[in-house]
Design a binder for this molecule. Structure first.
Ligand code: MG
Length: 272
């Protein structure tokens, strides 16, 4: 067996060895990765959450192959992802703000603009947290606003949960937006563009024979897993058990991810 014993198959129809034997034959191999909690560890200082060097080295190797594409899809701003992955700039595609922003391989940037009501809702949500000392914990993006609670004292966490979250929930329901809990905080979002719609676009752009794999760790990645059902391989990184997920496979260690990326790089064709 090539794969580590703890890899959990959530979808009984998937066989990982068959997947890799098809991947080797594939002429268009597309690896799509979430950033935080997937290739990079969670950190209170979010601007210092760099991936393990082993992962960066493997991705560098993969993007050199003529038949491979790597894309990062993150809730972070696209430019932030570019800054955190300096060795991969102009070698990977980046989708930021859950898909509202896009940096293509040639570095060109584009974004979608949310409706004025959404911008107003984000403004209102920002005002609700004005009275709290949350320096560096409020993150404003194109179509969302997030509050990061990792590392906060229990008392402050409770205050946010009891006061801010209900207020943001009210704004969300009034504007047809969503209040989403993610690993490390809450986010008020316009979900009309999400990681699932990004996957749809990637599938549409890819050839009929494109082989796609998506790896993510959080609730926001479930949209991508669902979109990829029966069309690609989806992998959830989670340390919890049991789990309910749309993903095909579950990894519960960084070693499993590294092992998977090694196999992916071995399945790639020669250099561009
Ligand atoms: Mg994540």
């Amino acid at each position: 067996m090539n794969h580590p014993i703890s890899m959990k198959m959530l979808n009984p129809n998937i066989d990982i060895d068959t997947f890799f034997s098809n991947l080797r034959k594939g002429t268009e191999k597309i690896l799509v990765l979430d950033y935080d909690g997937t290739i990079a560890p969670f950190k209170v200082e979010r601007d210092k959450a760099f991936p393990d060097k082993k992962i960066v080295d493997l991705l560098k190797k993969i993007v050199k192959s003529r038949d491979c594409t790597v894309a990062i899809v993150s809730g972070r701003k696209a430019k932030e992802i570019a800054r955190l992955l300096p060795d991969l700039n102009n070698r990977i595609e980046i989708w930021g703000s859950h898909g509202w922003e896009h940096i293509e391989l040639d570095g060109s940037y584009s974004n979608s603009r949310p409706a004025p009501e959404v911008l107003k809702a984000i403004e209102d949500a920002a005002k609700k947290v004005n009275g709290y000392s949350l320096k560096g914990r409020i993150e404003r993006k194109d179509a969302s606003i997030a509050i990061h609670t990792r590392g906060l004292e229990k008392k402050e966490q409770k205050e946010i949960k009891d006061k801010v979250v209900p207020e943001w929930k009210d704004i969300a329901s009034a504007e047809g937006m969503s209040l989403v809990r993610f690993n490390g905080g809450y986010e008020l979002r316009d979900k009309s563009i999400n990681k699932g719609s990004v996957i749809r676009e990637i599938i549409e752009k890819s050839g009929k024979n494109g082989i796609i794999c998506y790896i993510g760790d959080d609730s926001t990645d479930e949209d991508a897993f669902a979109e990829l059902k029966d069309r690609g391989l989806s992998i959830l990184i989670s340390y919890e058990d049991p789990i309910s997920s749309n993903a095909d496979v579950k990894f519960d260690s960084m070693d499993e991810l590294i092992d998977f990326l090694k196999r992916w790089s071995r399945a790639c064709g020669g250099e561009r």
